[in-house]
Design a protein around this ligand. Structure first.
Ligand code: SAH
Ligand code: SF4
Length: 430
C-alpha cells in the first residue's frame, strides 16, 4: 500500500517539475512515507528519519518531508522526536506535497515546518497517476481507508473511513498499466471484498472483477490479476467462483485469520468465528484445489491464554496455509485494545511466535510436497543467482540452472516441478 502511495507522490512531484535523484547524487529533498501499523515500524522510521535530519548540509538541505500513517497519528509529537523535519503531513493531503515543498523552499530561512493534516474524511477516492518503475508487477489501489475498527488496529484512525475509487477510474488506470507492459497487477485495499459499499454498490467487488476480466481478456498478451486483502467477514463464495471461472484472476486468497480462538476474535472485533473462517477456507480448497491461502496472525493479544493460542495452531494445521505473516501483538495508539491490559509478557509472545513460525514452516513444506512432478504456470519476476517467478497461486519457484539463459523477467511459461529442497521449490521448463 505504501509503495503504491510513494509511486503516487513521485508522480505528483515529477508533474510539478521535480526530478528523482540518481544513485550517488545528493538529494535536495527527502520524502519519507511512513507506516504506523506496528510499533516496530514506527520505531524504525523515527530512527531513520532522525539520521537523515541530523546530517543536513549547512545550507539547510536536504529538505525533510514526512508523510503517511505515522505522521497522521503522531502529528506534532513527531517534531519533538525529530526536530529537523521541514514538512509534515498526514495521509490525505498528498496532492499538497509539491506546494508545501515549494513554500518551504521560499521560506528556507524560516525554521517553522510546513504542516498539513486532514481532520474530516474527504469525498471520493480519486487518486490517480503513479510513477511506477518499469518491471513485471504493478500495484493498483482500489480503496483507501477502513471502516472495520479491529480493536488492535490503527489503520482506520490513520487513514479514515473506506473510500472506493470509482470503477471507471480503476479501469482507466488499469488500461495505462497494461499499455506500460506490466504482466501482473495487484489490486489493493484493506478489505477489497467491501469495494464499492461506500459508493452504494451491491456486490461491487464482483462487478469490478468482471469488468477487469473483460478489459484484460481483450489484450493480445496474457496478464495476471491479483487482489489483497480479503477480509474473512466479507469474503463470499461468489468471489471464489469468479476466480475459478476466470482466465486472468489468480487463485491466491490473502485471508488474514489473526487468531484461532473465538474469544480472541471477538475481543479483536473481527466479525467472524473460527467456524465461518474454516467454512470459507474449505470452500476455497474444494472449489480451486490449486489455490493458495495466505494469512496474517497475531500472537499475544490481550487475554490470549495458552489454550487460545493452541486453537490458533489447530487452525493453521487445518487450513494448511501456504503463506503466513506472523506478528507479536503491540498496543497501538487510539485503539480499543490499547486500553486493555497487555497481559501476555514479551518473552511469552516471543515463544508463541517461534512455535507458530515453526508450525507454519512445517505445514508449508507438507503442502508444497504435493507439487512434486506437477506442471505449473510461472511468471518470471526475479533474476538473482538464478531466475525465479511466482505461480498463479503465489508460490515462488526457482528455475534449475540449465534453462536460465533463455529467460528474462516478464516471461510466462509452463514449468515442471523437479525438486523441493529446504522449503524451496525448483523447476525446469516443461
Ligand atoms: N486490512 C488487513 C490488515 C492490514 S494490517 C486485514 O484486515 O487483514 C496488516 C497486519 O498487521 C494485520 O493483518 C495484523 O496481523 C498486523 N497488525 C495490525 N495491528 C497490529 C498490532 N497492533 N500488533 C501486531 N500486529 C498487528
Ligand atoms: Fe485494520 Fe481490521 Fe481494517 Fe484490516 S480490517 S485495516 S486489521 S481495522
Amino acid at each position: 500500500m505504501n509503495q503504491s502511495r510513494s509511486e503516487h507522490i513521485e508522480y505528483l512531484l515529477k508533474k510539478a517539475g521535480f526530478k528523482a535523484c540518481l544513485e550517488g547524487e545528493e538529494p535536495d529533498i527527502v520524502v519519507f512515507n511512513t507506516c504506523a501499523v506496528r510499533e516496530h515500524a514506527k520505531n524504525r522510521a523515527v530512527s531513520i528519519i532522525g539520521q537523515f535530519a541530523s546530517q543536513k548540509r549547512k545550507d539547510g538541505f536536504p529538505i525533510i518531508l514526512v508523510c503517511g500513517c505515522m505522521s497522521q497519528i503522531y502529528q506534532k509529537e513527531l517534531l519533538h522526536h525529530v526536530p529537523n523535519i521541514d514538512v509534515l503531513l498526514g495521509t490525505h493531503n498528498l496532492e499538497e506535497v509539491p506546494l508545501l515543498i515549494q513554500k518551504r523552499l521560499e521560506k528556507q530561512k524560516d525554521t517553522q515546518p510546513q504542516l498539513a493534516f486532514w481532520s474530516k474524511p474527504e469525498g471520493q477516492f480519486l487518486e490517480t497517476g503513479y510513477s511506477r518503475k518499469p518491471g513485471v508487477s504493478a500495484f493498483l489501489p482500489i480503496t483507501y481507508g477502513c471502516n472495520n475498527f479491529c480493536s488492535y488496529c490503527v489503520v482506520p484512525y490513520a487513514t479514515g473511513p473506506q473510500r472506493s475509487k470509482p470503477m471507471e477510474l480503476i479501469l482507466e488506470e488499469l488500461q495505462k498499466i497494461l499499455e506500460e507492459g506490466f504482466k501482473e497487477v495487484t489490486l489493493l485495499g484493506q478489505n477489497v471484498n467491501s469495494y464499492g459499499e461506500d459508493l452504494g454498490l451491491k456486490w461491487g467487488f464482483e462487478k469490478l472483477l468482471e469488468n477487469i476480466e473483460k478489459l484484460v481478456e481483450e489484450r493480445p498478451s496474457r496478464v495476471w490479476i491479483r487482489f489483497i486483502t480479503s477480509h474473512p467477514k466479507d469474503m463470499r463464495e461468489s468471489i471464489v467462483d469468479l476466480v475459478k471461472e476466470s482466465k486472468v484472476l489468480c487463485p491466491y486468497f490473502h485471508l488474514p485469520i489473526q487468531a484461532g480462538s473465538n474469544k480472541i476474535l471477538e475481543l479483536m472485533n473481527r466479525g467472524y468465528t473460527k467456524e465461518r473462517y474454516l467454512e470459507i477456507a474449505s470452500y476455497i480448497r474444494d472449489t480451486i484445489p490449486d489455490a493458495s491461502i495466505g494469512t496474517d496472525i497475531i500472537v499475544g493479544f490481550p487475554e490470549e491464554t495458552e489454550a487460545d493460542f493452541q486453537q490458533t495452531l489447530e487452525v493453521v494445521e487445518k487450513v494448511q496455509f501456504e503463506i503466513a505473516y506472523t506478528f507479536a501483538y503491540s498496543p497501538r495508539p487510539k485503539t480499543r485494545a490499547s486500553s486493555m491490559v497487555d497481559s501476555v509478557p514479551p518473552q511469552e509472545k516471543k515463544r508463541r511466535l517461534l512455535e507458530l513460525n515453526q508450525l507454519v514452516r512445517r505445514v508449508y513444506q507438507k503442502r508444497v510436497e504435493k507439487l512434486r512432478g506437477k506442471t505449473v504456470a510461472l511468471l518470471i519476476d526475479k533474476q538473482e543467482k538464478t531466475f525465479s517467478g511466482r505461480t498463479p497461486s503465489n508460490l515462488r519457484v526457482f528455475i534449475e540452472s540449465s534453462v536460465k539463459n533463455s529467460l528474462k523477467p516478464g516471461d510466462m511459461l509452463l514449468v515442471k516441478i523437479t525438486d523441493i529442497r529446504d522449503g524451496k521449490i525448483f523447476a525446469e521448463k516443461a
